[in-house]
Design a protein around this ligand. Structure first.
Ligand SMILES: NC(=O)c1ccc[n+]([C@@H]2O[C@H](COP(=O)([O-])OP(=O)(O)OC[C@H]3O[C@@H](n4cnc5c(N)ncnc54)[C@H](OP(=O)(O)O)[C@@H]3O)[C@@H](O)[C@H]2O)c1
Length: 370
């Protein structure tokens, strides 16, 4: 409920479409009331994800998109007790569902379940987390994906996993750099594959870095196997998080993990991908190990099983607390000038593959007056 008259609020938004790209519209749409389990947020900083340009360009969703928001609560749905008007929050909004959930506007409706209180964290830094960090959480900890053991609430390993190596392909990306930090906090050893921003993966705790640039598939395979050997006897790659997912990454991973010695008990080596792949669902056993490829979809935070929804709801709060305590690092923030007027430029940079080791963030107040 709100003491604010929502009809008095002026909204501005960026509409994404296949025909016209990103178009800033002043004075629309009207600000909706939050429904059951939802809050209405006055946005302060929002961030872009690669899917934002893909969905509109491919005609899969046209309208107001973007899913990473931070700001202050304006109104709460009647059944929401955790948040109050004026709270500083961050949130992962519903993807490709309706204009009210889009981040590229002044006011956004979002599920309370995937929102958290910011505390003293900067809006711009918190805005780098929601979609990407929950993709990392689901990929690593969901039983249907890699199913790794989670770190404790204080950010410590719960078991001894130092002999278990997780390979993270794309460890300097937004999703990959979050997966890397979580795997390290859970106590696993990490081999990171990165390029221009490999130093970021090192800073975030990767044990070994492999530079992928200019390498053939055969060379990459060799690099992964020798990185694995460098950990010494009894230490093995047990799973891989493919935060890039191309034909190269998936086939190199399936072949490499399959060709190295089997895990104790013959259990599967799991690989999670984040884009559709021809090899999805593959149970490959051409070598001594059986490899199983399964895709992660961050949409499960809102539309998955009860267990998946509970996992992401719990983790977004945990990570919010860890940001404040400095246990967990946000992505490096790159503020695009112009607020909502900068979204077009930001999506162009992502589409052209010009974003390396950074997250593109927009300050809503930087939007020029009409
Ligand atoms: N399934 C889902 O639910 C889901 C959720 C989130 C994202 N995604 C998808 O996941 C992908 C990554 O998203 P993001 O937000 O993390 O992207 P991002 O941060 O914008 O990705 C840019 C990074 O990718 C790295 N990179 C590019 N090609 C690489 C390669 N061949 N090997 C290793 N690293 C490579 C670059 O590393 P260097 O600069 O170091 O070379 C760069 O830092 C996108 O395709 C996105 O659509 C899917």
């Amino acid at each position: 409920m709100s003491s604010t008259d929502l009809s008095s609020l002026k909204n501005d938004s960026v509409h994404l479409s296949k025909a016209n790209g990103a178009v800033l519209t002043y004075g629309s749409p009207t600000v909706p009331s939050p429904g059951e389990g939802e809050i209405l947020v006055k946005n302060i900083a929002v961030a872009s994800n690669p899917k934002d340009w893909k969905l509109s360009l491919w005609g899969l969703f046209e309208g107001i998109e973007g899913n990473d928001i931070t700001g202050t609560v304006v109104s709460v749905g009647s059944d929401v007790t955790e948040f109050r008007e004026g709270d500083k929050v961050g949130s992962f909004t519903r993807m490709a569902t309706g204009d009210q959930y889009g981040a590229y506007q002044r006011y956004t409706v979002t599920p309370a379940a995937t929102s958290w209180k910011l505390g003293n964290v900067k809006y711009e830094e918190a805005a780098t987390l929601p979609l990407a960090v929950l993709t990392a959480v689901l990929g690593l900890f969901d039983k249907a994906r890699l199913g790794l053991e989670e770190p404790s609430a204080s950010g410590k390993p719960q078991g001894d996993h130092s002999k278990e190596i997780i390979l993270i392909w794309g460890a300097s990306s937004s999703v990959g750099s979050f997966a890397l930090q979580l795997a390290k906090l859970a106590g696993y050893s990490v081999i990171a594959i990165a390029g221009r921003s490999g130093s970021l993966a090192k800073k975030l705790g990767a044990d070994v870095i492999i530079d992928y640039t200019g390498k053939s598939d055969a060379q990459l395979k060799e690099d992964i196997l020798s990185a694995e050997k460098s950990f010494g006897e009894g230490r093995q790659i047990v799973a891989a998080y493919d935060a890039v997912t191309t034909e190269t990454t998936t086939s190199v991973l399936v072949e490499t993990l399959g060709s190295s010695p089997a895990l104790p008990g013959g259990r599967d080596k799991r690989i999670t991908t984040i884009l559709p792949s021809k090899l999805e669902g593959t149970h490959s056993s051409s070598g001594p190990s059986t490899v199983h490829l399964v895709r992660t979809n961050v949409g499960d935070s809102h539309n998955g099983s009860e267990e998946q929804k509970k996992l992401t709801s719990r983790w977004i709060r945990q990570l919010g607390a860890w940001l404040e305590e400095g246990i967990f690092k946000p992505n490096v923030v790159k503020v695009i000038p112009g607020g909502l007027a900068g979204v077009k430029e930001g999506l162009q940079l992502l589409q052209e593959g010009k974003v390396s080791g950074e997250k593109l963030v927009y300050r809503i107040d930087d939007t020029p007056a009409q």
